[in-house]
Design a binder for this molecule. Sequence first.
Ligand code: C5P
Length: 242
Amino acid sequence: MQSKLIIAIDTTDPTIMKNMYNSFKDNPNISFKIGLEVFTSLGLKFLEIFEQPEKVFLDLKFLDIPNTVYKSVKSICRYPFKFITVHSLCGEEILQAAIRGRDEAQKNFTTKTKLLGVTLLTSMDENNLTLFSSSSTLINITELAKRIDRVGFDGIVCSALEANFIKNNISSELITVCPGIKTREIAGSNDQRRVVFTDELHRFQADYAVIGRSILNSPKPISTVNNFFKESNYEYHRGIAQ
Ligand code: C5P
């Protein structure tokens, strides 16, 4: 399958933000992830650069008591963002509160912001997971993914390495949004543990690939993005299309 691309805008430099937006805003297969770095520096003013909330994945990873998550999600869903994220670690009630907040804010919207459940950060491995669980990474992710599916979330943030398992064993309907993906040309920093390279991505059912530093730090972001679509294409790998 061919993954769509989400560029993680992890920078506070407005020139880089504007360049990224202007270079890729017209590509229907590309959206932008605005995370804590941009949000804590600009707040919602980032929408003055990223003018179309429908093309923005707002990744604030909500994790709080259900009432606070409900109110925060309700507040942010005044805007029709493409995706927002909520942590799934602390129980179903928080996820249900997020659905309520989204639905109340967007009852008159034709398309609703999709809710993504965060399982385990891709920077975590077995060593730091043992702090709060003796189960393996896959068991933890399986239980969290079942929870995310059960409450009726639209999708899940997971490593591409887990995407096939989730699609085949939990639900083929859950949208898989996968960070921890790198191009081989830009090595980047090595804080991500469960990494997949773009030329391996065609083997995994990742609906969306989230890529930050490999594109932001590239000397030629447009050619890096073109290479991403070429390298990650299943048909290309089978030699059917060039
Ligand atoms: O630069 P890089 O491609 O590693 O960026 C990955 C992006 O994905 C970052 O914005 C990070 O916050 C995000 N992310 C992640 N792991 C998750 C969820 C989000 O790395 N589980």
